[in-house]
Ligand binder design. Structure first.
Ligand code: KG4
Ligand code: ZN
Length: 419
């Protein structure tokens, strides 16, 4: 049986991530041959967020070591005594990496002296994300594809988050689940940069996915809201996991917030979001509690506010998803993005699915935050968009997933007319 081997490269934010997967001809099973993520959290923590030029520098430093790690895991790191590519190809790779001199140095020392791995193509995130960070990954993918003589598939990071939910581990391999979904489905994407509700019209192993954005945030993303509130509370970036830990402690000890927090736009009747008001409410509450001296909050207040923050965000997400399900009369939820690593939000969405008899697809916790596997999967579903390595691919910081829906959906109009 023939198989496809895909190397996925992700550098849109602060994770340098690569994964090597194998998909069988029937498109039913995925084996992960290698998978590695190098997180830059420590580098960015002191800035309270991700600093784009630092992210670019870190990706330049980490891409080659992460690639070596992945190839070693896949048993495909074979060193040679002579160059494995022609001088012309190596020169072309140097030209592609002319703006990433540090990356070129490590690339030159490694890639030409390892045997070309048995990979069919490379997929890489071209957006959305931080452009300086995206460029490094794109140029690295093109340089590798040049030396190894294979095509490149440009991928959308948010599509990767959707697809990460559509694999299920079974005895060491992953089953692909896109065929067991009844379309259209509704996807909730919650990450550091995005909060979107997406109507997934179809996902097809040959034609790829068709998506329509039907709701999104008007200001901050959910992950950004977690991170900014954490910062107000004096917690380091990324704040989501830290708030979640404090919230769990508060629930265990029965600690409540000193004051309730708002659930912005929860009753607005649409499926858009706003999170900046929640962030501001925590800022004012913290200032009031600290008093004129600006004293740090006591541990109980911190825990209580963390719990109320997580509850407020969860309430809004669940209410909007309930509304989206009614409006589009869907039977399937697909959840993606780093924030779905949050177990409280996971449980609340699972409960919603249960109550409304919906099927729900969630990524494994370790596939929730950015990783290379999701981009390798996006490459598999997007392989008809493959281009040759000498095609210029530009970083697209605000790349959209499908189109913003213009009007009320036909399904909703139909549903409203049905008695
Ligand atoms: O998808 P992701 O890894 O990167 C982007 O594409 O933005 O998402 C990162 C975001 C960060 O804002 C981080 O605070 C949040 O996901 N996050 C969490 C949790 N783990 C990560 N938020 C809440 N609870 C968590 N356990
Ligand atoms: Zn992401």
């Amino acid at each position: 049986m023939s198989i496809l081997r895909i190397l996925g490269i992700e550098t849109s934010c602060d994770e340098t991530a690569i994964s090597l997967i194998e998909v069988d001809e029937a498109g039913a099973h995925v084996r992960v041959l290698g998978n590695a993520v190098h997180s830059q959290i420590d580098v960015h923590a002191s800035y309270g967020g991700v600093f784009p030029t630092l992210a670019k520098r870190e990706h330049q430093r980490n891409l080659v070591p992460v690639l070596e790690k992945v190839l070693r895991q896949a048993d495909m790191l074979e060193r040679m005594n002579r160059a494995s590519a022609t001088p012309e190809k190596i020169e072309a790779a140097e030209a592609i990496l002319s703006r990433e001199p540090e990356l070129w140095e490590s690339f030159k020392a490694t890639v030409p002296v390892i045997a070309r791995p048995a990979i069919d193509f490379i997929s890489v995130t071209i957006g959305p994300g931080l452009e300086p960070a995206l460029w490094v990954g794109i140029n690295f993918a093109r340089a590798l594809a040049t030396v190894w003589d294979m095509p490149v598939v440009p991928c959308n990071h948010m599509e990767g988050h959707i697809l990460a939910a559509l694999i299920q581990e079974k005895a060491g391999t992953f089953e692909l689940l896109e065929r067991s979904i009844s379309y259209p489905a509704i996807s909730l994407l919650i990450s550091g940069g995005h909060t979107q509700i997406v109507l997934v019209e179809s996902i097809d192993a040959l034609r790829g996915g068709i998506y329509r954005i039907v709701g999104e945030t008007r200001d901050d993303a959910v992950g950004e809201c977690f991170d900014k509130i954490a910062r107000t509370l004096g917690l380091a970036y990324p704040g989501g996991p830290k708030i979640s830990r404090l919230a769990a402690l508060a629930r265990k000890a029965g600690i409540e917030s000193p004051e309730p927090l708002p659930r912005p736009m929860m009753e607005s009747g649409d499926i858009d979001f706003s999170f900046s008001g929640l962030k501001t409410a925590v800022l004012y509450l913290t200032r009031r509690l600290s008093g004129a001296s600006g004293a740090p909050l006591d541990e109980a207040a911190m825990r209580g506010i963390a719990r109320e923050t997580e509850d407020a965000i969860t309430d809004v997400l669940v209410a909007k998803m309930r509304k989206a399900v009614e409006r589009y009369a869907v039977a399937t939820l697909i959840i993606g993005g780093g924030v779905i690593a949050n177990s409280h939000i996971r449980e609340a969405l699972e409960k919603l699915a249960n109550e409304c008899s919906l099927s729900i697809f969630l990524p494994q916790i370790d596939h929730s935050t950015d990783n290379g596997l999701m981009i390798a999967l996006a490459g598999y579903f997007g392989r008809t968009k493959a281009v040759s390595a000498d095609t210029t691919l530009a970083a697209a910081g605000t790349l959209a997933l499908g189109l913003r829906a213009a009007a009320e959906p036909a399904a909703a109009q139909k549903a409203e007319k049905t008695p």
